[in-house]
Write a protein that binds this ligand. Structure first.
Ligand SMILES: [Fe+2]
Length: 150
């Protein structure tokens, strides 16, 4: 295993998780209207999940002899619920991609693989969950567009 490379990739993951903490919290703050009841708590829960993952990854980076990043990427913002959910799906898909990348780089370290696979599964659950929610929104849009056109 190329340790410096694995630490760099873990820091890409950590930067992404810090982004999730801020992006999902912001979504929880700004979501308004009738859907606030449903989605504010969902977004805050996702922010907490990102923080939980950030803690695990930061601790692991130090255990491997690295220094965890304290920066995050830009946060995507919107006041539209569907857009917030689309950003969430984009975020979870990117997380799956980043964890998969580290897993490829550390494939000969079984404990690290198992550790990362556990988190990867949770990221994939996020993708599945948001995909199912967004599918409904997209179907409603298609139906209303068809109704307007006729
Ligand atoms: Fe995560």
């Amino acid at each position: 295993m190329n340790l410096p490379k694995v630490i760099d990739l873990l820091n890409d993951v950590l930067r992404h998780e810090w982004t999730g903490v801020a992006q999902y919290s912001q979504a929880g703050f700004v979501v308004q209207g009738i859907w606030r009841e449903v989605y504010a708590s969902k977004f805050f829960k996702s922010a907490e999940e990102s923080f939980g993952h950030a803690k695990l990854i930061g601790d692991k980076i130090v255990a491997l002899g690295g220094v965890p990043v304290a920066e995050r990427n830009p946060v995507k913002q919107s006041s539209d619920v569907q857009q917030l959910l689309e950003y969430g799906l984009e975020f979870e898909s990117k997380a799956v991609e980043l964890y998969t990348k580290v897993l490829e780089a550390c494939s000969d370290d079984r404990p690290l693989v198992i550790f990362l696979e556990g988190i990867l599964l949770e990221e994939q659950e996020g993708v599945d969950d948001l995909t199912k929610i967004i599918r409904e929104y997209r179907a409603i849009q298609t139906t209303s567009r068809a109704a307007q056109a006729s």
